[in-house]
Design a protein around this ligand. Structure first.
Ligand SMILES: Cc1cc2nc3c(=O)[nH]c(=O)nc-3n(C[C@H](O)[C@H](O)[C@H](O)COP(=O)(O)O)c2cc1C
Length: 362
C-alpha cells in the first residue's frame, strides 16, 4: 500500500509518504523563503516523497512564531514561492503550503500584543495574550484567505491550515484556551467556526476546487497531574466531521501544545510500540470521516508504516526522519526496515534544521 497512489481532493499523490510541515529556520528576516528551503524540498521531491508540506508560513507579521520562519503575508512572496514549487514540480511530488497564525505562541515584540481567543496565560512562557475582538477575528480570517490565494498563485497544489500545536486556530478549538461565550466559543461548533469561515472564504475567493487540508490537534496533550482539561477525544472527532462537511479534503492528525510539554515531537522513539503515538485518534477520526486521514508522530519502521495504512490512516507523515534521511523513501522501497532517526530533537536548530545526531556520518 505504501507505494500506491491516493487522491486528496483533485490531486493525485504518487505514494503514501508525506513530509509533515517542518519549519526550517532558513527564511530571511522578513519571512521571504530562501533558495536553501527550495534545496530541501527539491531533494525530498527527487527522493520520491509523495506529498511535501512546507514549514508553517505566517499569514501576518503579528502571527510570526520564530525568527527565520517563512511568511506569506504579502504578494511579494508569490515569486520566491513560485520558484520553489517549480523546482518540486520537476518531479512527481506534490507540494502544499502550510499557513499559520501563531496566536499566543507568537513572538512578542515591543508594542505588539499576542492575540488569542481568550486571555489565558501560557504557563510555559509566562506570556499573557489578549482576547481578540470580533474585528480582529474577521481580519485574521481575511489574512488566511489572502495567504491561501497567494499559495495558489505561487503554484502550490493545495494549502494546509495549521490547526494544531497551540497556534491560533488550535487555540480556538481547545476548551482550555478558548473561554469565549460569544459565537466564537463555547460549543464545539462555535470553537471551530473560525476555521470553517476561513474554508468558506478560500472556496469563495480562491476557488471551490482548490485543495484545502488541515493539520488538526486531536489532543492538547495535558497529563493528569496538570489538572488542565484541554482538547481531546471525542471533541476532536466532532471537529473533524465539521471540517469534512466544510469541504476539507484531508486531515492530518497530530497533537500537543507548547504548555503541555514534549507532546508533538516525542523524544526517544526507540521501539515499535512507541511509534505512531497519535494512532488511536487517527483511527477514531478515520472511522467517522470519508476523506483521507494522514497520521504523523513517531512513525519510524516499515512494520508500523504498513500497520498504520492497514488499520489507522491512509498516509504516513514524518518530519524528523526526513531531516535525518531525505532519501528515506527509496531506502524503504529497497528493503530498509526502519528510519535511522533516534528522535533526539537536536534538529530543532534555530540556525537551520539539520540532523546533529548523525552529523559526523555526513
Ligand atoms: C524541526 C521541526 C520543525 C517543525 N515545524 C513544524 C511546522 O512548521 N508545522 C507543523 O505543523 N509541525 C511542525 N513540526 C512538527 C512535525 O511536523 C511533526 O508533527 C512532529 O515532529 C512529529 O512527527 P515526527 O515524529 O515524524 O517528527 C516540526 C517538527 C520539527 C522536528
Amino acid at each position: 500500500m505504501l507505494f500506491e497512489p491516493i487522491k486528496l481532493g483533485n490531486i493525485e499523490i504518487p505514494n503514501r509518504f508525506v513530509r509533515s510541515a517542518t519549519n526550517e529556520w532558513l527564511a530571511n528576516d522578513d519571512g521571504i523563503p530562501t533558495s536553501a528551503i527550495g534545496d530541501i524540498y527539491e531533494q525530498l521531491a527527487r527522493n520520491d516523497v509523495g506529498l511535501i508540506i512546507t514549514g508553517y508560513s505566517y499569514v501576518n507579521p503579528q502571527g510570526k512564531s520564530n525568527e527565520k520562519q517563512q511568511g506569506i503575508y504579502d504578494d511579494r512572496f508569490i515569486a520566491p514561492y513560485s520558484e520553489i514549487t517549480s523546482r518540486v514540480h520537476k518531479y512527481n511530488s506534490k507540494i502544499v503550503a502550510q499557513i499559520v497564525h501563531g496566536g499566543r505562541q507568537s513572538i512578542v515584540r515591543e508594542s505588539s500584543v499576542l492575540l488569542a481567543p481568550s486571555a489565558v496565560r501560557d504557563e510555559s512562557s509566562g506570556k499573557m495574550p489578549v482576547e481578540m475582538t470580533e474585528e480582529e477575528i474577521l481580519q485574521t480570517i481575511g489574512d488566511f484567505v489572502e495567504a491561501a490565494r497567494r499559495t495558489k498563485e505561487a503554484g502550490f497544489d493545495g494549502v494546509q491550515l495549521h490547526c494544531a500545536h497551540g497556534f491560533l486556530l488550535s487555540s480556538f478549538i481547545s476548551p482550555y484556551t478558548n473561554r469565549r461565550i460569544d459565537e466564537w466559543g463555547g460549543s464545539v461548533e462555535n470553537r471551530t467556526r473560525i476555521i470553517v469561515e476561513i474554508i468558506k472564504g478560500i472556496q469563495k475567493h480562491v476557488g471551490s476546487d482548490y485543495p484545502i487540508m488541515v493539520k488538526l490537534n486531536a489532543t492538547d496533550g495535558f497529563d493528569i497531574y496538570s489538572g488542565k482539561i484541554g482538547l481531546d477525544a471525542p471533541e476532536c472527532v466532532e471537529i473533524a466531521a465539521i471540517l469534512e462537511k466544510a469541504g476539507v479534503c484531508a486531515i492530518e492528525v497530530s497533537g500537543g501544545i507548547f504548555e503541555a510539554g514534549d507532546v508533538m515531537s516525542r523524544p526517544d522513539i526507540d521501539s515499535e510500540d512507541k511509534e505512531a503515538y497519535f494512532r488511536r485518534y487517527a483511527k477514531m477520526i478515520k472511522d467517522t470521516v470519508n476523506i483521507p486521514v494522514i497520521l504523523v508522530g513517531g512513525i519510524r519502521s516499515r512494520n508500523v508504516m504498513d500497520l498504520v495504512l492497514k488499520a489507522y490512516a491512509d498516509m504516513v507523515s514524518m518530519s524528523r526522519p526526513f531531516i535525518c534521511e531525505p532519501d528515506l523513501v527509496p531506502k524503504i522501497r529497497d528493503g530498509v526496515t526502519a528510519a535511522k532517526c533516534v528522535s533526539c530533537n537536536l534538529c530543532f536548530d534555530p540556525d537551520g534544521i539539520k540532523c546533529h545526531y548523525f552529523a559526523s556520518e555526513k
